[in-house]
Design a protein. Sequence first.
Length: 692
Amino acid sequence: MSSQVVRAVCPHDCPDTCALLVTVENGVATEVKGDPDHPTTAGVLCTKVARYTERTYHADRLLYPQKRVGKKGEGKFERISWDEAISTIASRLKAIAAKNPLAILPYSYAGTMGMVQGESMSARFLNKIGASFLDRTICASAGGTGYKYTLGDRIGTDVEQTQNARLIIIWGGNPIASNLHFWTRVQEAKRKGAKIIAIDPYRSLSAEKCHQHIAVLPGTDAALALGMMHVLIKEDLLDHDYIAQYTLGFEQLKQRVVEWTPERVASTCGISVEEVLGLAREYGEGAKRGEPSLIRMNYGVQRVHGGGMAVRNICCLPALVGAWRHAAGGALLSSSGGFVKNSDAMERPDLFPAGQAQRTINMSTIGDDLLRPSSPEFGPQIEAVIVYNSNPVAIAPDSGKVAQGFASEDLFTVVLEHFQTDTADYADILLPATTQLEHIDVHAAYGHRYMMANNAAVAPMGEAKSNAEIFRLLAKAIGFTDTCFNDDDDALAAQAFDYSHERTKHTNWTELKEKGWSKLNMPDASFANGGFTTPSGKVEFFSQQMADDGLDPLPTYIPPYESVVSNPQLGQRYPLAMISPPARNFLNSTFVNVKSLRDTEGEPHLDLHPEDAAQRGVASGDMVRIYNDRGSFVAKARVTDKARRGLVVGLSIWWKKFASDLKNANEVTSQQLTDMGGGPTFYDVLVQVEKA
């Protein structure tokens, strides 16, 4: 009996990017464990990834290429050979490209965070054919844009310093469900005497375990940050030296926040004046005592109309009190800006046909865009979509329109997948892709500072092929002869990082594969002495770049599109705000088909406050219909004060085929975009609820 342990990495869309040890016996992966030597993983995995072998060896794995034999959406297929699959796709794409290649669109996101099986060979192929570009906005583009305007690259506090903070504000996140290894360090900080505060409309699992929970109305976080700034400045809870040396525009900021009194903020956010004052004083007075304070933002903050501005406003706070002086102080939205990637080498934008027109489609508006006819403004109607690392029929907003678009017989759809997802049901050609245990990849992270290598642990199941190999085959079938299409997955992985850079020159791909991970060479306190990557090199309270881009150059408040205050006419018909944060046992739409995890999650639920339930005659366990002008879905009611009054919470994202009405929460979400970054507004939604 042969046994070995292979170094791998969790590929899923999570800040933790865990280092894995895969036990392989006689060619079969028998166990997946966290690497105890990796400082952030520390031997611990979430319940989802601890069961990763269940996913790889799942009875429903797609193992062979298939073509559609039923109607779009019926999910009826028959097996074909790889030769037939590739030649069919190549001939269809060649015919479309001969008329206008912009009619071809990729749709992909973070089904794997790997740089090889993500956007490498796929990007080379799509650039060469001259396809439309996809603006990959669906998770972090709004907050990332607000962060960049204010602080520069997405470099924040090193998560490994968390346990040394004395105040930790978890703003718009539920780390027990979505950032477990950060939460472990929060617990250590708590044991050492730190105060933990959660800011979230919903009393999540994490918020329940914090010292304080401040339940703001959805979409009002920017106002709370303005109120904190007002109090910090008025009560002189400031680090004047840090402000003078390392910030720009303080006097203008001072004038702007005068109007954001605690009373106005409390009214806007639906909280008490005491909560506004207490939070600001806790933050400012601790800093005056020299205690490190950390704000951990997560993506819930930015999925509303003013989401980019909310992140920008929060990013101003650490500079006002000098929190960046401490290794455990400052803020963290994402660590991704620390990684020095060779994106041009991986994606080869130079392959795009010289002189050809370009077009970019926002993935968050795919519902409308699939239904648009050709026009001078839009360009050619979309005739082909290649979906990989994503499940748009389940995860994109305004889901009824998304499904309608994919149902068109005129749309040629290719889907690369592990399982027959909601989107796979609409494929014309369905291709079996490898899982993380079956291919090579290389990873950055957005929650820590380690480069990560994934070695293939086992041979591909059935006839599955890696994403990169599938696009290599398509390039060959179409007749692309550029040498870059000969790079195998290992050669692609070797090109992913710039190993000549100061942060990465201590290692290389060969060493990374052997050890599994290597930490970026960066100071513990990245901004103790300034050094921000904004145009001025400072924290920009006033941003000329924003003014040039047609935005308010100072922190402000942008109300939600849909709230009973900002849109009272809509609020009369649909008086409840709705958010749909991640369910603990799923990761976006991944893992929903793993029965043990789905059984733990139960069925689609809607949490609503006892007073809102009583008004509608709803009791716990009742089936309810949640609806607005865009659509509806049904769920089982849970009457609980975890949801503040006026808010309903549908933990997500369920595959539609596992819901009793074959729908999910995205039936009611909107295609309207954020104030900056073109992001989606998943948590900017009004609905009504009635007994089903």
